[in-house]
Write a protein that binds this ligand. Sequence first.
Ligand code: APR
Length: 391
Amino acid sequence: MIVLGAGPAGLVLANLLLDQGIDCVVLERADRAHVETRARAGFLAAHTVRILERHGLADGLRLRGKVHSTCEFRTEEGRFRLDYGALGSGETHVVYPQQDLVSDLLARFVGAGGQVRFSAEATEVRDADGDRPTVHVRESDGRPARWQGRYVAGCDGRHGAARRSLPPGAVRRRHIDHGISWLGLLAEAPPSLDAVGYAVHARGFAGHMARTDTITRYYLQVARGTPADSWSEERIWDELDLRTGAKEYGPLTRGRIVERAIVDLESDVLDPLRHGRLLLAGDAAALISPSAAKGANLAVLEAELLAGALGDALQRNDGAGLDAYSAKCLAHVWRAQEFSRWMIELLHDPSGWHGGPAGPTGPTGPIGSTGPIGPTGPEDVDGPSEESLFL
Ligand code: APR
């Protein structure tokens, strides 16, 4: 069994396969230090924590993660706190930086005898419709290599080899450009609020999300096409203060901006998430607009489903789980996308939508598509790198 990509999807899957006694190798393009330090998402939903706990993968987040249960919405008219932990089913999030989760998952996998090849970039998956799919790899020294297995799990993100290897017409692609861009920032500063902060302002959205005691994630909605480095740090903090209502509620705690990137809000979903013996999970399967912190949570859920289905297929010769895998995942994906889209509409003052109206765009690339869904939108933009998804 070959797993492409050592992100949350690939590493949860690899751990669960190994737990079932299924031999698997993880092929990862980046080196280990990069994978373990890359700042990405940070909010894990209750069902994700339950999955990780169920499989003994939650020790680190239980020790170091912080429970989160409140959002604060601010507008120019006032502010409103939503204590969602005290409402409905009372479920809360755990804030745990994704790179810490990835480090935990790697340590667990390698400690149990799992094999990860770092700096090994998959270039192509061949013969996915045959019995023995083959992954072509470029090793760290540039030498080509080949790996063959009974199945290949494509967990290598939206721009990975798994997606690229799908033959034309094998799957449909739904690409939605929401017409909004954010400047995503990591600041070396403690959180300024004890809640996720969402500021809806005529000048555009601003967001505040805690990461650790010393690092905070911020977002500023910017005009489409704005270069990430075009705003000075002072201008960024002034704008964040303005949009979050510093005059009324106090200024934000400032610090050095240690990372910045532009994210064009997009969704990019394949259907089905399978071609023969190539199965897709995580961002490789479905990229969800990052306005509702769903990406990493979907990745973990899909990895658990896929691990169970592969166990049935490989050890009990029962392919029913694999046959049902795509439809099961897509039900979750589209529900998450609907919520995320609703959040986009909630958080962005229509007058501040610098990128034009939101709407899906048609097919691109080698993957066949049925074309646009919903209202038509702006031009088809090839999305941000997988490095730039934040919540
Ligand atoms: N060959 C091998 N590895 C690759 C290749 C390739 N050709 N291309 C990409 N990779 C690796 C990347 O370096 C990365 O480590 O695949 C991994 C993919 O990991 P993620 O991008 O974290 O994707 P995934 O596991 O699907 O996690 C999904 O996490 O950060 C959140 O919201 C984000 O939705 C995303 C979620």
